[in-house]
Design a protein around this ligand. Sequence first.
Ligand code: CP3
Length: 346
Amino acid sequence: MAGFRSVPAEPVIVQALRGSRPERLPVWFMRQAGRSLPEYRATRAGTAMLDACLTPELAAEITLQPVRRHGVDAAVFFSDIVVPLKLAGVDVEIVPGRGPVFGRPVRDAADLADLVAHDLPDDAFAPIEEAVARTVAELGPDVPLLGFAGAPFTLAAYVVEGGPSKDHLRARTLMHADPEAWRTLTEHLARVSGAFLRAQVRAGASAVQLFDSWVGSLSEADYRTHVLPASAATLAEVPEVPRIHFGTGTPHLLPALRDAGADAIGVDHRIPLDAASALLGGDVPVQGNIDPALLGAPWPVLEAHLEAVAAAGRAAPAHVLNLGHGVPPETDPGVLTRIVEWAHGR
Ligand code: CP3
């Protein structure tokens, strides 16, 4: 009829994250951009990780590679959880095969004062906004871009240790030994990650994920007292888009992660999605939770696992298919493409 224009449907992932079950099972993979792809290794050759993140043409190209190859339902912005700290002038590098390493770990009051003094100028996020805008323009309206940031606890685990650690002991000690310093640290990290999320949403990201990858090492009581307020402050910076809250080893923390203000919860392989959904009260969209270890198993074994994951996901109001954690670098990328075809064909 003249005068009526059809409203384009929201992308399937955005529908699911808002709580309605779309016509097909949406799928993306954490760490879909990265070392499993030969085109990534070629693009990155000779460029340090953080330099690639801060070069808009490179960041946009790497973000688009897995969308072209696999036909996933979303792109995830190629960056890193430590990028906003780098932009604030903090001495941090990403060491290949190891992870983020800080020149001045936060061990005493002077270290903390030094970190907090590294503020973010207004224009600090210019390379991020340019990369996001370029990516969104190339993706077009059908494939949304997901932004992300590191949650204050996971960032603090690196900042206090100075690098990757197994049980995040130093961070958890500081939390109890000096709760005031811990609060100053996590409030600062919440501001930094919140500003990173805002920049990505401002430039066109359609949804975001807050990565609290290592939060499973906390008790629920410690999480609620010492971590939840800072994560809630980070999520509250971008109320206009759906927010996924993800951690690993979190069966005991699921209601608390929801209470931090998430719209959807990312779950790892340690708990079936129907059990996770029940713990969440049955009304929260879930994301996950293919066991990354099964990417290397024969297809019939992986397919049976996919069937079980999808069936359990039906217990929640909506489900976004993903891994329980990032794509391992040695993954055969053909397997990821096959999972996308499987999800879209059912
Ligand atoms: O998911 C995606 O495709 C987007 C890209 C992304 C990267 N880092 C790129 C990256 C995302 C979402 C992250 C977040 C991130 N960074 C997290 C949370 C997610 C998770 O896996 O739990 C964490 C804990 C970090 C810190 C970090 N950065 C680690 C532990 C490493 C791995 C070090 C290594 O070499 O094994 C990095 C480096 C990193 N971040 C790489 C990529 C593609 C590898 C760099 C390379 O290619 O050499």
